[in-house]
Design a protein around this ligand. Sequence first.
Ligand SMILES: [Zn+2]
Length: 343
Amino acid sequence: MLVVEKHNFSLHNPSWKFTLGPETYETKDTPRRVEAIRAALAADGRFRFTQAKRFPEGLLARLHPYHDFIKKTSRSARTNGEEIYPDLFPGEGARIQRKIHPLWGGVWCTDAVTPIMGRTYEVAKGSAEAAMTGAKLLLDGREREVYALCRPSGHHAGPRVFGGYCYFNNTATAAEMLVPHGPVAILDIDYHHGNGTQEFFEERKDIFTCSIHGDPSREYPYFWGYRGERGIGQGEGTNLNLPLPLGSGDDAYLKALDRAMRAVRRFRPAFLLVGAGFDTHGEDPIGGFKLSDGVYAEIGRRLAAIDCPVLLCQEGGYNLDILGGCVRRLLSGFADGRSRSKT
Ligand SMILES: [Zn+2]
């Protein structure tokens, strides 16, 4: 299987840490995540690697109204050597404040854990370009399955605001490239609901979105990801949320995955995009599920059971000791499933 990577992923390296009562919190999104995944895949002879191509910024800027904010703020952070965090969030007032204060972070960003640093723009653009390169390879017919090693993740970045370690929505950007050529399904298997991806497409009938995730009444992103969110207007019925209780294990997860894949197949997509997060593992420091090492190969096999080109984009996963192995297992299971369906 082909892996699309970008050489600059490690240049975005947030340092945030804060103490609240007895707890100290620090970012889990370190560049070592990419290094761990790459090392695991490179040690397995079944993967080929290619660098992401560069793309003009037009599509990213059109989809993400905060594109210029991130670009300009990143440039000034680079000049001043700063790490910029929003600390004022105007809520509904953001619609007005965007015109008056377009460079205030809180009008575009949902939280204070997604800082902008000197290289953030170029690294976030590179992450989207990994997904875009994967989409282009599928469109050209040169590959039928591609894994894009994206970092930062993208699925919490939406059409109004970004946040949750995400700056640009990688899968949504790839979906926009693919959808002129046929309907697109996006299945998000990160532990957290793909709120940005859902919001991008909830009024569209040509893009089906589905997410399996931790119960949002207990877990980030809290305000999205409930079962009742089924799409809006002509997009009614094209969003499926499958929240699972904290502590869910392999059996419950595979059951939800089967349900998601049945819905995806019913939609008859020309392309499937997978938001591949691994914070579902029982030893992940953020996620609350109890998935085992072994289940990822089975997840990969079940994802492969669809007769269309597939692009898998890396999302979360924060236990550096197991992340690379989980990615390798899922992709290997996926490749096994594809080769089995050919025979
Ligand atoms: Zn996550």
